[in-house]
Write a protein of this length. Structure first.
Length: 285
């Protein structure tokens, strides 16, 4: 039998019930076992895993150590006294450069569409407060501090990753600046692309959430909500106008039918009068 890992997970075997007979052969409690008294059958006592991490003695109840700095997790597979393992991080420079190029292109797509639809002259959203707010956000985007807890000298802004914004409103990737950052602080630069409260992904997510907020009338989401209400009101008004037109058409049809009937009666009366006048004139002659 094998128990769970860890010093606090040792076990004993106890047999109880009607068949218990004081430990006599044939009784269920004859199978009782305790590591304190029956150590001859004990292959290995329960114990915690002891290891040294960066010179600090640490302990783990299992061979999977999760209580490490930086969110690290280690699986201990053996003893390597005198030959410590070295933990290194893979070089993500190429991936970061590619990611920043795609990121810059995506920002330019957004800026280009916004510049067209929110142009002051002729733009469909030229006077929209939500579009103006998004323009302001994008104009300051490159200078945003995305890692407020960065140590002095470490990259903390998108500009440190080479993102710049030209005067015409387009974004540009300064590859030389990015390479310098990756060479001087590779781990800090890579940390800017991790998920969490801070970083590139979190900053872009916060921008998307602010922009799409339907409760803020000064954002695109608020504008969409306002325009949706206006569209629904216009649709309702058009429906009412259509119903009124149908009723008016029906009323006019009835009126014209009645008028046509009266005209026909008048023409009949006129024809009768003409015939009578003709008869009178003939009688005079």
């Amino acid at each position: 039998m094998k128990g769970a890992e860890g010093q606090n997970n040792g076990f004993v075997v106890e047999g109880t019930g009607a068949s218990a007979g004081g430990g006599a052969p044939g009784s269920i409690d004859y199978l009782n076992w305790s590591p304190a008294t029956d150590s001859g059958q004990l292959k290995q006592a329960s114990a915690d895993a002891l290891y040294s991490f960066d010179g600090i003695q640490m302990r783990s109840p299992t061979n999977t150590a999760t209580n490490l700095p930086g969110g690290l997790s280690l699986t201990l597979t053996g003893v390597n006294t005198g030959n410590p393992a070295t933990i290194t991080f893979a070089d993500r420079a190429t991936q970061i450069e590619s990611m920043m190029a795609d990121f810059t292109a995506a920002l330019n797509d957004i800026s280009g569409q916004l510049a067209q639809t929110a142009a002051p002259l002729g733009g469909e959203l030229g006077n929209d407060p939500g579009a103006r707010a998004l323009k302001r956000d994008l104009s300051a985007f490159a200078g945003l501090v995305v890692m407020p807890n960065a140590a002095p000298g470490e990259p903390s802004r998108l500009a440190d990753l080479g993102l710049t914004r030209d005067r015409d409103g387009t974004f540009r990737l300064d590859v030389a600046r990015l390479k310098t950052t990756l060479a001087d602080a590779p781990e800090a630069a890579a940390a800017m692309f991790t998920t969490g409260l801070y970083g590139v992904f979190s900053t872009l997510d916060n921008l998307a959430r602010r922009t799409s907020s339907a409760t803020d009338p000064g954002r695109i989401g608020g504008s969409i909500k306002r325009y949706t209400r206006q569209r629904e009101a216009i649709t309702e008004s058009l429906t009412k106008i259509g119903e009124q037109q149908d009723r008016l058409r029906e009323q006019m049809t009835k009126t014209f039918a009645a008028s046509d009937s009266r005209v026909a009666q008048s023409q009949s009366t006129l024809s009768f009068l003409k015939s009578q006048i003709a008869v009178w004139n003939a009688a005079r002659d």
